[in-house]
Design a binder for this molecule. Sequence first.
Ligand SMILES: C[S@@+](CC[C@H](N)C(=O)[O-])C[C@H]1O[C@@H](n2cnc3c(N)ncnc32)[C@H](O)[C@@H]1O
Length: 204
Amino acid sequence: MGWYGDQVLPRIIDVACGVKMVVPLRQRVCEQLHGRVLELGFGSGLNVPYYPDGVTAVDAAEPSDVAWRLAGKRLAASSVQVRRSALDGELLPYGDHSFDTALSTWTLCTIPDPAAALREVRRVLRPGGTFHFIEHGLAPDEDVRRWQHRLEPMQRRLAGGCHLTRSVGDLLTAAGFTITELDVFYEGRPRALGAHSLGTAVSA
Ligand SMILES: C[S@@+](CC[C@H](N)C(=O)[O-])C[C@H]1O[C@@H](n2cnc3c(N)ncnc32)[C@H](O)[C@@H]1O
């Protein structure tokens, strides 16, 4: 990825994704996690403080060494055992039905092949296991979508492959999930970057 992507971007993401404004969203998306958890795109561990008591262990899928190092202080302060046991969400090294719940926060925008990653998440979740997500993606309004298509090439270059026009709902449905809760809203400015989907999907 080069020096910017390897060394600088994970630090920018740590600060940008660590803003106070998103804390209530992280709390909301984490509150139903339980049992053995897979966290896709773990980043610098910004969700760690919000893992609820019912979480017994977390497997982190995260390619960035720098992000993992930045997570150190949050991991040290947590009683939950977290291991970085995968580098690529598109190819998970776990057996079928290994996890009770899975988590993804602002990651499906960046994974090169989100359809492959979601197929993998579904494979490793136990039947009835739930996937908890907050992602930014394709806006519900046409005028915002037009801006998203215009801005996407620049966003991808600056933000490590981050897309603005992925439809989270469509990706989940295509991967075979059933969406059981979905809240679509704008959070942050500009709206092209702040079109969010927060919810839960179940693996049948
Ligand atoms: C915008 S950051 C979000 C990080 C974290 N989830 C958070 O909420 O702060 C996107 C993350 O996806 C990770 N990522 C990129 N490609 C990935 C892949 N193939 N598998 C798993 N994670 C990936 C990046 O390294 C980065 O940590």
